[in-house]
Design a protein around this ligand. Structure first.
Ligand code: M6R
Length: 350
């Protein structure tokens, strides 16, 4: 049931505070979060792959351990390298054929395996050593929304607990991190209050044929995710880029009026992101900045001011803005939002 919402996607976007709350609850009740590994390999498809990329930045930062992230459909061509690695498979449905095939392969190569999935008893769970469930509730819209933020939360929690069990984080660091996770549902709730402002922005850009999403570090995968959401449900051609790569080619595509959505968290990427914004505004792009810092308003055409969060948590608020932007653009274009053309909710062929 859509509970009064015009689409499942919008309902699921708005369900995020509750979904995150219940995901955190179920994670906090786990008492089997002891880990010991020297490397991490993350494997997934689509939106779940983007969650994996955010996970890479997090785990490398908190544990100082190298993390590789693969598309499941590519992992299978990798040679069987036996290493002391934990392999994590992220799949909302737990039924994605490529991700399941990758989990079987990882097991054969001697990896310890962990799945992050939203569906209890789904196929992936029988191929891995351990499972972390995101308790986001069923997701009907083809576009993944609440399950993505729940995956991010599960990865944050995993990184903290792994850091604790491997002696990389102190007791007080763990306590502080966990306390900050408890604030995520509220940050997301406050971001949802920007819905009307985001809808207005969608009205300004939905007629464009192309658009760019840029970010750095943990927000680079969020730029990829914003572009995927836009493509998937509005059919607008959208590219996600690490902002520093623009001048290595794509800047040639920037022309007057092309929308560039720039994610500008108040972290080490802040100044560099402002430089990238200047590069595109000098070519008369239409720049939408997403930031908690009002100063960004001086450099962009429109600022969407998101709630201020702890470092590491900006992806949660930024992605919600991009989900809503894609939703409103698709609605203005009259698209079949919950069932976009050519796509299925879970891809069960390799
Ligand atoms: O169920 P999974 O997480 O394994 O699905 C992976 C992708 O098929 C999925 O995230 C897809 O990219 C979504 N439709 C994106 O919104």
């Amino acid at each position: 049931e859509k509970s009064g919402y015009p689409h499942f996607m919008l309902k699921e976007i708005f369900e995020q505070p509750r979904a995150l709350d219940s995901t955190l609850h179920s994670l906090l009740s786990r008492n089997d979060m002891d880990f010991d590994f020297e490397r991490v390999t993350i494997v997934a498809c689509g939106t779940s792959y983007h969650a994996g990329l955010v996970g890479k930045y997090l785990i490398e930062e908190l544990l100082q351990i190298p993390v590789d992230v693969y598309y499941a459909s590519e992992y299978r061509y990798r040679p069987d390298v036996v290493e002391d690695s934990l392999a994590i498979f992220i799949t909302q449905s737990g039924e994605t054929a490529d991700t399941i095939a990758a989990a079987r392969k990882a097991k054969v190569s001697g990896n310890e395996t962990l799945a992050i999935t939203n569906v209890v008893g789904s196929s992936i769970t029988s191929y891995v050593d351990r499972v972390l469930y995101t308790n986001a509730g069923p997701e009907i819209g083809v576009a993944a929304t609440k399950t993505f933020t729940a995956q991010l939360l599960a990865l944050e929690y995993f990184a903290i607990r792994a850091g604790e069990s491997m002696g990389k984080l102190s007791v007080s660091q763990v306590r502080n991190f966990i306390n900050s996770l408890r604030k995520i549902p509220l940050y997301v709730e406050n971001t949802l209050n920007l819905n009307d402002i985001i809808e207005k922005e969608a009205k300004k850009i939905y007629k464009n044929k192309d658009m760019f999403f840029i970010g750095r570090s943990m927000n680079y995968p969020i730029a990829l995710e914003g572009a995927l959401k836009m493509k998937e449900i509005s059919y607008i051609h959208a590219e996600g880029y690490p902002a520093g790569e623009l001048k290595h080619g794509p800047l040639a595509l920037i022309e007057e009026g092309i929308p560039v959505i720039a994610l500008v968290p108040e972290d080490i990427t802040y100044d560099k992101m402002l430089s990238n914004i200047k590069e595109v505004s000098a070519r008369n792009a239409y720049v939408i900045g997403v930031s908690s810092n009002m100063d960004v308003g001086k450099y962009v055409d429109t600022l969407i001011k998101v709630p201020e969060t702890e470092l590491y948590l900006s992806p949660f608020v930024n992605v919600v803005v991009l989900q809503l932007l894609a939703y409103h653009a698709a609605r203005l274009l009259g698209r079949d939002i919950d069932k976009p053309r050519n796509l299925a909710k879970s891809v069960t062929v390799e």
